[in-house]
Design a binder for this molecule. Sequence first.
Ligand code: NAP
Length: 286
Amino acid sequence: MSAQIIDGTALSARLRADIGARAEALAAAGRRPGLAVILVGDDPASAVYVRNKVKACQAHGLHSVLETYDGALSEAALLARIAALNADPAIHGILVQMPLPAHIDPHKVIAAIATAKDVDGFSVHSAGALMAGLPGLRPATPYGCMKLIESTGQALRGKHAVVLGRSNTVGKPMALLLLQAHATVTVCHSATPDLGRYTREADVVVAAVGRRDTLRADMVKPGAIVIDVGMNRNDAGRLCGDVDFAAVREVAGWITPVPGGVGPMTITMLLANTLQAAAAQAGPPA
Ligand code: NAP
């Protein structure tokens, strides 16, 4: 039987309607949530990402500022801009689009963002809070994956979840969120000799590798939940994920498509984080 499609676009629309209403309520109380997005350099993919983030803010009642800088911007100048935004009461979230030019240390930049405004959830503080099970801002992509899994109505407690990929931005926080939801978690990576040995035992597979057809039908347990984070191009140049969608959907119980699965949820959870940050930040109305 064919898997149920987990529609990230539809779930996103539902969550964004709620975010819009909550943003208006905060605005009425004198604190419209505000996001500052910084882009350094002229990477075309990054330019599209930041434009989409700003557009989503505008469409849902969030104040947004897009700052674009020449690729020659010095690290010191970028750190000074972040310090100014840290002190700006109209800005509750700061996002610096990665990757940065080679002469800028991304770790230094992330560390410069005030913890309360770290809406990407990439700082050592936010990562530590997640590891310790403390409240905080969670990285948007794995946070969105959790919402997609939640939308199936299947409880994670006691289930075996396998994460393919161990990046700081997706794989590792994904594993920690699944652990927090009481799943038993296995993390695989490029040095894992036989991915199928693990995925065949999994009730939930989250693929975040960046290589198409990494998860094939013979690697999936019948009825499993499959979340595809990957963004790749197929031979025809079309967007595809890490999962062989056509074949895996015949085995899995639930599956996210690419596009229309994890992608829209990432921006939605960024908006949710900005709202959370605005609600948490005390002080005089902006
Ligand atoms: P990344 O930093 O390149 O990490 C990829 C991970 O996959 C690494 O941990 C790597 O292992 C592992 N890996 C590579 N080849 C493998 C293999 N053959 N078998 C098993 N594991 C393998 O990428 P990322 O930032 O986590 O992103 C992963 C994918 O998700 C990319 O396609 C990216 O474009 C996409 N993405 C999508 C969204 C969205 O909103 N839809 C957001 C973020 C990322 P090692 O650690 O051993 O190198």
